[in-house]
Design a protein around this ligand. Structure first.
Ligand code: SAM
Length: 238
């Protein structure tokens, strides 16, 4: 069983993840679609991508609908999530998965054994907000080193902003949407697991943009936002 409580939480509901996420999380599918659209716009049809915190592979699945020749490495802290993602992506696009790994992003060595070097993009959707700030900064530096010159980090995260109640507003919408899940036992299981075990470390977009620039990224900018969820992109200079 994973040591990290957030990873453990996701590991325990890998089978129910897609139903819960797409029903309860506001604009989840839009965030995933915006990620794939941004990747296609920046890097075209055949990028080599690390899906960092791949979950059940929904970002990779959306990427492969737009960037048909993408090659993808799947990494997540939860081995169960990686297993679901691998099956999903292999069914959608046989041969597109170039590797996979279950590893905690707070561990020192998560960036080892990622196959031949030189990724065009690191894509990470709703994952980096689970890292404490020291682990976050180290992870961003590792992403910079994993990327080829000119490569892009594209990340969807939750942010908190001073004088804003957008996280509370987002959570209120989530609570209301739980009623849309037809299986109340499953809904209670996932929501109580998440409320007990999932940990978030929120700060502002401007603070995280500073950390991205400190790691060496430039052209750091927000592409899309819905309440507290935003998609940020930054480029490793050529
Ligand atoms: C909300 S899900 C997002 C999954 C996927 N990217 C998506 O958009 O559907 C969060 C994912 O982050 C992973 N995760 C959380 N903390 C992690 C960590 N420290 N190291 C690796 N993975 C982590 C969880 O296992 C889970 O699969």
């Amino acid at each position: 069983m994973p040591e990290d409580s957030t990873i453990r939480c996701y590991d325990r509901h890998a089978a129910a993840y897609d139903l819960y996420q797409s029903t309860v999380v506001p604009e989840y599918e839009t965030a995933i679609e915006m990620t794939a659209m941004t990747l296609e716009h920046l890097l075209g049809k055949s990028p080599k991508v690390l899906d960092l915190g791949c979950g059940t592979g929904n970002a990779s699945a959306a990427i492969l609908k737009r960037s048909l020749g993408a090659k993808i490495f799947l990494l997540d802290g939860s081995a169960s999530m990686v297993e679901v993602a691998e099956k999903k992506i292999e069914a959608i696009s046989p041969g597109s998965v170039i590797g996979s790994k279950a590893c905690d992003l707070a561990a020192k060595c998560w960036d080892l054994d990622l196959g031949p070097s030189g990724y065009d993009a690191v894509v990470s959707t709703l994952v980096l907000e689970h890292l404490d700030f020291d682990s976050y900064k180290t992870a961003i530096e590792k992403c910079f080193n994993i990327l080829s010159p000119g490569g892009w980090l594209i990340a969807v995260e939750g942010y908190t902003e001073e004088e804003s109640d957008m996280i509370g507003w987002f959570e209120d919408i989530m609570s209301a949407k739980k009623a849309l899940i037809e299986d109340p036992d499953l809904c209670d299981f996932v929501s109580s697991l998440r409320s007990k075990e999932e940990v978030h470390y929120y700060t502002s977009k401007s603070q995280k943009a500073v950390w991205w620039r400190d790691a060496g990224f430039n052209r750091v900018h927000v592409v899309w936002q819905y309440l507290c969820i935003a998609l940020m992109a930054g480029q490793r200079p050529f």
